[in-house]
Design a protein around this ligand. Structure first.
Ligand SMILES: Nc1ncnc2c1ncn2[C@@H]1O[C@H](COP(=O)(O)OP(=O)(O)OP(=O)(O)O)[C@@H](O)[C@H]1O
Ligand SMILES: [Mg+2]
Length: 254
């Protein structure tokens, strides 16, 4: 879509052992906007999302073929530093998963292992900035030493977003980040996604058509391992090119 997409995937297949879960997907993901992945359960949204920062490497029998590039650089190249890649392409999961550590340490962990702070003062600043950007600072600034797990679900999810952005990623992948949250916490995360998008490329998997319509500018519809349609969100929702997209967004299946 743009001339210099942040992430490009070409002819990507993903296999679990002998089973093909993603079939020949090609997509460009742009900077400065939100791309939504939608489609019925089991169609491969999470599988494809995980291929974008090599999280599938952690699944024993998963295999990715084709080409995925970040700023033109092949992320599956043997020379790619996977730890550094996952800092550049951060991930937020469906279930908030704070580390069993303090709120402060949850956010400081990444910057520390990547050596982003020279000393305590700088680390304090990084943590504060990430929590402010994640919209959580005011709620936690007086309890930074409390356990991350002591927060509410919505706060935990914002803590996980703070953790992801603390290492200054370029891309943020979110797999159904609101599915465990109530409507108020969901609205907060959606607001946050909207604010963050100017500085990152954001990809969000969602089962909520309303959410996709609210937060994204691009939508990709997946079905049975294929990407059926990809375009501007308004077009995909109001004037889908493919019959299968239309059936899905009008609730005929899924
Ligand atoms: N670790 C795994 N090992 C084997 N097969 C898997 C694994 N993870 C996913 N699959 C299979 O790959 C296919 C795609 O699954 P995936 O989790 O990517 O779908 P999804 O679109 O994210 O679904 P949902 O909306 O339910 O989260 C499914 O058939 C699933 O059973
Ligand atoms: Mg999934």
């Amino acid at each position: 879509m743009s001339e210099t997409p942040k992430l490009t995937a070409r002819n990507v297949d993903v296999w679990y052992g002998p089973k093909k879960a993603i079939d020949n997907v090609s997509i460009d993901i742009d900077n400065g906007l939100v791309t939504a992945f939608i489609g019925p359960s089991g169609c491969g949204k999470s599988t494809f999302l995980r291929s974008l920062n090599r999280m599938n490497d952690t699944i024993a029998d998963a295999r990715v073929t084709g080409e995925i590039k970040l700023d033109g650089e092949d992320i599956y190249a043997g020379t790619m530093d996977v730890v550094a890649l996952r800092a550049r392409v951060g991930m937020v999961f469906q279930k908030p998963n704070p580390f069993p550590k303090s709120i402060f340490e949850n956010v400081a962990y990444g910057p520390r292992i990547h050596g982003l702070a020279q000393g305590k003062g700088e680390m304090d600043l990084i943590v504060e900035k990430a929590l402010i950007r994640a919209g959580l600072w005011d709620e936690v600034k007086d309890r930074l030493t409390d356990a991350g797990t002591a927060l509410s679900g919505g706060q935990q999810q914002r803590l996980c977003i703070a953790r992801a952005i603390a290492v200054s990623p370029e891309v943020i992948l979110m797999d159904e980040p609101c599915s465990a949250l109530d409507p108020i916490a969901t609205a907060k995360i959606e607001e946050l996604i909207d604010e963050l998008k100017d500085n990152y490329a954001i990809v969000i998997v969602t089962h909520s058509m309303q959410q996709a319509a609210r937060v994204s500018q691009r939508t990709a519809f997946f079905h049975l391992g294929s990407m059926v349609e990809y375009g501007e969100t308004s077009q995909v929702f109001t004037n889908p090119r493919e019959e299968r997209t239309k059936d899905y967004i009008t609730g005929r299946y899924g």
